[in-house]
Design a binder for this molecule. Structure first.
Ligand SMILES: *Cc1c(COP(=O)(O)O)cnc(C)c1O
Length: 443
């Protein structure tokens, strides 16, 4: 088995993206990596790679309408495109990803977002998907062969765990789950048929920060590919390709779009790896609709400024909560008390908006708190402009026993808070009134 998917073609131009098995079955043009590279829709844009994140968020990838002069990318609400000599040639010669043919394959609205994302992440290429899970499934399936082994975090997003635990065994694939911060255990779990390391940059809900640079050193030493789910952080917090991740995946339903009004996913990486993932997007079909791309592009324009606001309010609220005697512990990466504070101070340009904390009195006290808060809405998900609050025990971690949860460090009374962009003072006052009214009633 090839150690790393596509490694046979990385330094040469022969071979294909799907491994030898696909070759013998007859490679079709979508997975052909010996194809010529043509200037794609991404390259007709100006280069914003040296611009700051706020500038890139606004301008990269965004087009003005040639026909009317309208400012901003028009919505190309079409399923298909006129075929001419150039389009036929792109199919024949295998550069169809660089031309518009059919919207599942590519659409100007997808490219506008993709170009913006690539500029923000400092990646060569990006792909958008109809959900974070569509992005994760396509990426993982592109990077492994039948019979592969994966080393992954033992604290994964539930959907990803289901993919690993329920779908991959069908392809004779196995996964070893390890503590995302135990680098010796990660290295020890690697087997001869291991092909990828799969980790989340910041874990849910306790916000453990993984050292992407260290993981990438392990990956390189063993010729593995490192896939990082960067959803809880964003390119504004940390450019993980630069730290050594091969592919960074995001659920764009969270911070990237940022307004809790869209489901989308994204993948960023080298052009070659993204070209390998693209055929899986075509097969699994999780393409993003042009109108959703338009909303996503609009959301992205304010990413940098939103993250500043998230961080500001989250940091102040975390400091406030830490002072409260009824709050036992507060987790926020930029607090001195956070176990990964040193790493966070080193690699994060922005602490993001996620906070976890433990309230005295267990899950009932936590439920009581949620009911008394006026600003944060009780809902799952994160990364929106509005604060969202939920308890792991009856949402993300409801499938575990109380003992399993406490083994993971999720104790009774654990609250997960996605701090929105509301004024810190208003959030602090709201928590103050809610905590005080609990205390008064329990006197
Ligand atoms: C939400 C989430 C996903 C899944 O994304 P969807 O857009 O809901 O499909 C994956 N990983 C993490 C860390 C998430 O928070």
């Amino acid at each position: 088995m090839t150690k790393v998917q596509g490694s046979t073609v990385s330094e040469s131009i022969k071979g294909d993206s799907l491994g030898q098995s696909a070759l013998s079955e007859g490679v079709h043009w979508t997975s052909e990596l010996m194809r010529k590279r043509h200037t794609g829709p991404a390259q007709v844009h100006k280069d914003w790679s040296s611009a700051g994140a706020s500038t890139a968020a606004v301008h990269a990838g965004t087009l003005d309408d040639q026909a009317s002069g309208a400012v901003g990318t028009p919505i190309y609400q079409t399923s298909t495109f006129l075929l001419g000599d150039e389009q036929y040639r792109s199919v024949e010669e295998g550069y169809a990803r660089d031309r518009f043919i059919y919207t599942r394959y590519g659409n100007p609205n997808q490219w506008a977002v993709q170009t913006k994302l690539a500029a923000l992440e400092g990646a060569e290429s990006a792909l958008v998907f109809s959900s974070g899970m569509a992005a994760i499934t396509a990426t993982v399936m592109a990077m492994v062969d039948k019979g592969a082994h994966i080393v992954a975090s033992n604290e994964l997003y539930g959907g990803t765990y289901n993919l690993f635990n329920q779908e991959l065994p069908t392809f004779n694939m196995t996964v070893s789950y390890v503590d995302p911060r135990d680098y010796a255990a990660i290295e020890a779990a690697i087997k001869p048929n291991t092909q990828i390391l799969y980790f989340e940059a910041l874990t849910n809900p306790l916000l453990k920060l993984v050292d992407v640079k260290r993981l990438s050193e392990i990956a390189k030493r063993h010729q593995l590919r490192l896939i990082i789910d960067g959803t809880f952080l964003t390119p504004i917090s940390c450019r993980m390709i630069e730290l050594g991740a091969d592919v960074v995946i995001h659920s764009a339903s969270k911070y990237l779009n940022g307004h809790s009004d869209l489901i989308a996913g994204a993948v960023m990486g080298s052009r070659k790896l993204v070209d390998m993932i693209w055929p899986r997007l075509l097969t699994y079909g999780g393409c993003l609709d042009p109108h959703a791309c338009f909303m996503f592009e609009r959301g992205l324009k304010t990413l940098a400024i939103r993250m500043q606001a998230h961080e500001k309010s989250a940091y102040q609220l975390a400091e406030f909560l830490e002072q409260k005697s009824v709050i036992k512990r507060v987790f926020y990466p930029l607090l001195n008390s956070h176990p990964d504070y040193e790493l966070a101070a080193n690699v994060l340009n922005n602490g993001g908006g996620m906070i976890a904390f433990e309230i005295e009195g267990g899950d009932n006290a936590a439920l009581d708190l949620l009911a008394r808060l006026r600003i944060p809405k009780q809902a799952t998900s994160l990364g929106g402009v509005e604060s969202l609050i939920s308890l792991p025990y009856n949402t993300s971690h409801a499938g575990f026993t109380a003992k399993q949860r406490s083994d993971m460090g999720i104790n009774p009374g654990c609250v997960r808070l996605s701090v929105g962009i509301e004024d810190a003072t208003d959030l602090i006052n709201d928590f103050e009134q809610a905590l005080n009214s609990i205390l008064l009633e329990n006197k």
